[in-house]
Design a binder for this molecule. Structure first.
Ligand code: AMP
Ligand code: ZN
Length: 466
């Protein structure tokens, strides 16, 4: 299997550090508000990777942190404090609530829970130890209650984002303490006396920087070097660059072998931003378009291409999901009476290969999905006029449900057809028996007006929701 490694800018053969095991870390949310579809895109992309690795037989340990400690973003905003303030809540109670909401959103989107979801607030001692190690190893220094990372001490700083240090230095805006270099970044912040989320430390009362939290918790739960580290592409710099500098400085070991970054989602071809006022929450999207359609939109393009969220793309996702689900229902309801069809059997084997080959190639989901659509078309074509055997239908069904361990869009409860519709179908059958085709057509239209479409098949009438 190949993955595009941001560190080398190349697709590389994936070789985990221990055969058969994968140690994977993905930067989780800062818990300050409802998940938006941008966060959902990132988390869905890594959910697909997690599920695919397991599907291939790897034993995966997947860690995703929860940033439940206030910190300043690069834009100088403390989102947790702002959120708690807006709701007039105690900051600790606020993050508790936001974490509950986060897990609800994951479930709603069909995203599997990571194996471990460590909270920054519960790892302050570990974070302090990492900072102490960095000071001991000569990579960090204290200044007025701050602890800074000294980027001049690490020779390959910038190796992930490939920016030169001059540019990095201009980029920084954390200037409250007395830094040695413009590019030095904060490991520990001193807290104002009224600031609620603060802890004692050998450097004074304060709270950790955001980057140190991820270096500490990933190393703690996964050991080094971790196999896969992921996140949205905007995290590459400074967050991931700084995670590398910290973990490698503290542990004197390579931090991570494969860096994976997912692309953004746009709303009507525009960046999603508070300033534009076009932020869509995952929950609103699911309520409007359905969970499976939202998941389909988020996972069907390649994870390294942009997605455009529009009314049209959502409608198209809804149609595709409906077609696939109708197909599953159809093959489940068929009464198999035919001979074993060798052509279809061959197609099933080919589909499995194409699907896996697609995902093996840096998770190329469009190729994997194309294999599924081909199988659906081939099955429909071969079925047309031919009776298939029970084994044929079971093979197709089992294959799709096996793929669904990764896709997470096909498993569903079959919707019961309302009694009113069943009675109309019976009435239409009676009319047809009496050769009253005018009446039977009228009933078919009535069924359509109620939102169902009737199709006649050799096994009798089939009804589908429009
Ligand atoms: P936010 O909650 O807006 O601060 O975003 C948290 C993380 O979600 C970011 O660091 C990104 O990795 C990811 N993210 C934000 N916006 C988008 C987007 N439009 N598309 C994909 N991922 C996004
Ligand atoms: Zn992180």
């Amino acid at each position: 299997m190949k993955l595009f490694n941001t560190l080398t800018r190349k697709k590389e053969e994936f070789k985990p550090r221990e055969p058969g095991h994968v140690y994977m870390y993905v930067c989780g949310p800062t818990v300050y508000g409802p998940m938006h579809i941008g966060n959902a895109r990132t988390f869905t992309a890594f959910d697909i990777l997690y599920r695919f690795l397991k599907w291939k037989g790897f034993q995966v340990k997947y860690v995703q942190n929860l940033t439940d400690v206030g910190h300043l973003t690069d834009a100088g905003e403390d989102k947790i404090m702002k959120g708690a303030h807006q709701r007039n809540m105690d900051a600790f109670a606020f993050v508790e609530l936001m974490i509950e909401e986060y897990f609800k959103d994951l479930k709603l989107l069909g995203i599997e829970k990571p194996d471990i979801s460590p909270r920054a607030s519960e790892h302050i001692d570990d974070i302090i130890k990492t900072i102490q190690k960095l000071i001991e190893n000569g990579y960090a220094y204290e200044s007025n209650g701050f602890v800074y990372y000294d980027i001049s001490k690490i020779k390959d700083y910038g190796k992930l984002s490939k920016q030169n240090t001059e540019f990095l230095e201009k980029q920084r805006n954390e200037t409250n303490g007395e830094k040695k270099h413009e590019g030095d970044f904060v490991l520990w912040f001193p807290a104002h006396k009224d600031y609620p989320m603060k802890w004692d430390s050998p450097f004074g009362v304060g709270f950790p920087g955001w980057h140190i939290e991820c270096s500490t918790m990933s190393s703690k739960y996964l050991g080094l070097p971790i196999d896969i580290h992921g996140g949205g592409k905007d995290l590459m710099f400074p967050h991931h660059e700084d995670e590398i500098a910290q973990a490698e400085g503290a542990h004197k070991s390579k931090f991570c072998n494969y860096w994976i970054h997912s692309e953004f989602i746009l709303i009507n071809n525009e960046k999603m931003a508070k300033s534009i006022g076009n932020i869509i929450t995952a929950r609103d999207a699911v309520n409007k378009y359905g969970d499976k359609a939202v998941r389909y939109l988020l996972m069907s393009p390649h994870y390294r291409t942009e997605i455009n969220f529009t009314e049209e793309s959502m409608k198209s996702a809804q149609n595709t999901v409906r077609k696939l689900i109708d197909f599953i229902d159809k093959i489940q309801e068929m009464k198999p009476k035919g001979e074993f069809n060798k052509e279809l059997n061959k197609k099933v084997i080919e589909t499995k290969n194409k699907f896996e080959k697609g995902l093996d190639d840096d998770l190329n989901m469009p190729i994997a999905l194309a294999a599924i659509f081909e199988l659906v078309n081939d099955t429909n074509r071969i079925m047309d006029g031919n009776k298939l055997s029970e084994k044929n239908l079971k093979d197709v069904y089992d294959l799709l449900m096996d793929f669904d361990k990764i896709l997470g869009i096909l498993e569903h409860e079959k919707e019961e057809t309302p009694k009113e519709i069943i009675n109309l179908i019976k009435a239409r059958e009676n009319a047809r028996k009496k050769k009253d085709f005018k009446e039977s057509d009228r009933i078919r239209d009535e069924i359509k007006d109620l939102g169902y479409i009737l199709e006649d098949s050799p096994d009798g009438p089939n009804v589908k929701k429009i």
